[in-house]
Structures are given as structure tokens and as C-alpha cells.
Design a protein around this ligand. Structure first.
Ligand code: FES
Length: 107
């Protein structure tokens, strides 16, 4: 496999960035559905690895939005995490059993 090649939506190896050796595999819940994640990775990375690209919807148009900067600046990834609103998914780290909700989809 070539360096940097994706496996199941994840970059397992990268030519420049040190590889994430990975925390233990855990389950988190996204809009109530379980997904596999790695403890300590950014929530946005876990979502991306699970094929989830939408993290919120624009307040006026309702258009789907997704992570853009991945460094905590753009707020495109703001989600509800364990009941806390407007959490940047690119900065929040995965913990076993955490509940992540897409704004506008909460029950
Ligand atoms: S992707 Fe920009 S703040 Fe998270």
C-alpha cells in the first residue's frame, strides 16, 4: 500500500505527519447511532473515518456544513457533545461512549 493511502476513510500512514498509533477502539454515538472511534482522536476525525461529513446545518439556509479548517478556527464543525452545545468537533477528543449530535437533529 502506498504511503498516505486511505483505508476505510482514514489516513493510516502519512509521508510528513507522524502516524497516529491510535488509542484503543471505542464506540461513540452520533445522532444515536454507534460508530467505531479511537480514544483520543479528534471527534471530527472519527466522524470522517466513519464516512460522516455533515457536522451541522447552516442556520438560515439549512445547508449541510462540514469540517473545514480542522484547527478550531472556522466553527464549521460545531456539534453538541455530551449535551454541550457548539463544541468544535475538530478539537474535542474521543472518549468512550460519548454522544455527539448534529445541531438541528437532536430529538
Ligand atoms: S473544522 Fe474549523 S473549527 Fe473545526
Amino acid at each position: 500500500m502506498a504511503e498516505g493511502e486511505r483505508v476505510s476513510g482514514r489516513v493510516e500512514r502519512h509521508a510528513v505527519i507522524e502516524s497516529f498509533s491510535g488509542g484503543r477502539e471505542v464506540v461513540i454515538f452520533v445522532d444515536g447511532a454507534p460508530i467505531a472511534a479511537r480514544e483520543g482522536e479528534p471527534v471530527a476525525a472519527a466522524l470522517y473515518g466513519a464516512g460522516i461529513r455533515v457536522t451541522r446545518h447552516a442556520s438560515k439556509s439549512g445547508e449541510p456544513r462540514g469540517p473545514f479548517c480542522m484547527i478550531g478556527r472556522c466553527t464549521e464543525c460545531c456539534m453538541t457533545v455530551d449535551g454541550a452545545r457548539n463544541v468544535r468537533a475538530c478539537r474535542a477528543l474521543v472518549k468512550e461512549g460519548m454522544r455527539v449530535e448534529t445541531p438541528g437533529r437532536e430529538g
